[in-house]
Design a protein. Structure first.
Length: 370
């Protein structure tokens, strides 16, 4: 048996909150449930786990916390929706704060796209001396976002198979591409730190030029928190964070966290090679493709979803695509052939997927720890 300590991992997931008619609504006292927090927009509830050493522990904690939130939601005639966007164009209000006000000032009207996004963040603890290899490996794995696409519509229109990723990366931060896009591989920690500082300085300069007070900006942002690139070294948590997946059903997210932890464990004894002829994750070597290849796969994941070539790539990189169910594909096949989406259809879809979330959590009740 290996004497290496387990790889700890944690999950943060955002859900749209709806009333019993499928309309978006603030979470109210759902935020008082253990592990629950408010997000920067009114109708989103975020649920977080603590760092867990095993899949069983993580499953029990995530499902248990969602279960508690759903129980309280039912008492308030509310539900939680595991879709990446609210689908239609209704106004989504922000919770007033300086941090959000600064982003609106710098990003401008395109920041509205961010208000329509609900996603999942997975944190995997850093391996001593291998964090850069972890980061680069997760950059190469970013096209796996195709496994979690859970909405193709935003503001009533069909944007892409992964509407949230297109909104977040390509539309919201189009004027600040270094903020929201995937970064290329890094050479070492100093390279990462310099990139963070450069993005922070650019963001700060734009904020100050727009009239934001320097002390207000400093109170709201530091280099690590002023960048929204999908894969990040998080010194404050001691993790590598993958921010790419849409919100989806928790069983899918648990499977992802388990896969990322297993790949991280492989890194203990593997060398990482960038630019090999056949990218793969093996027992002795991890071969990552050139970054241009990664971005091509990312474009496919966002616009087309899980194509045959992308499926083959992900299989070589230790994923099992056949065990995942991208909700956007199911949603499109069953409901969204008439475009644009009406408000009535969107409300019905939210109610349906809130029921799917509740059903999955109820089915997992025997696995939820006391």
């Amino acid at each position: 048996m290996s004497s290496d300590p387990p790889i700890r991992r944690s999950i943060e997931v955002e859900y749209w909150v709806i009333d019993d008619a499928g309309r978006l609504t603030p979470p109210g006292d759902l935020v008082d449930v253990p592990g629950a927090e408010r997000e920067f927009v009114e109708p989103i509830l975020e649920i977080k786990t603590t760092p867990c050493e095993t899949t069983a522990e993580l499953r029990a904690e995530l499902f248990g916390r969602i279960h508690n939130a759903l129980d309280r939601a039912a008492d308030r005639d509310k539900g939680l929706v595991p879709l990446a966007t609210p689908l239609t164009s209704e106004e989504i209000s922000e919770i007033p704060c300086d941090r959000t006000r600064i982003q609106n000032t710098v990003v401008g009207e395109d920041f509205e796209y961010v208000r329509h996004c609900a996603g999942t963040h997975v944190h995997v603890e850093q391996l001593p001396g291998r964090a850069v290899d972890q980061l680069n490996t997760l950059i190469a794995l970013d096209p796996a976002l195709a496994l979690f696409n859970s909405a193709s519509h935003c503001r009533g229109e069909q944007l892409a198979t992964g509407a949230r990723s297109k909104c977040y990366r390509r539309l919201a931060y189009d004027g600040l591409p270094n903020q929201g896009e995937l970064w290329s591989y890094v050479e070492d920690r100093e390279d990462w730190t310099q990139r963070l500082r450069a993005c922070y300085d650019e963001f700060r300069e734009r904020a100050l030029a727009s009239g934001v007070a320097d002390d207000t900006f400093a109170d709201c942002f530091e280099p690590e928190s002023a960048v929204w690139t999908p894969v990040k070294l998080r010194e404050s948590f001691g993790t590598v964070e993958w921010r790419s997946p849409d919100t989806t059903l928790p069983s899918q997210t648990i499977k992802l966290a388990d896969t990322l932890a297993a790949i991280t464990d492989t890194l203990r004894d593997c060398e990482v090679e960038i630019g090999g002829e056949t990218p793969h994750i093996g027992d002795d070597t991890i071969v990552l493709p050139e970054f241009d290849t990664v971005t091509d796969h990312v474009d496919t994941a966002i616009h087309d979803g899980l194509t045959a070539p992308l499926r083959a790539y992900l299989e070589r990189m230790s994923f099992e695509p056949s065990t995942y169910e991208p909700l956007s594909r199911t949603l499109d096949q069953e409901h969204t052939h008439d475009e644009p989406l009406t408000s009535d259809t969107a409300r019905q879809l939210r109610l349906e997927y809130a029921d799917r979330l509740r059903s999955e959590v109820v089915q997992n009740e025997p696995l939820i720890a006391d």
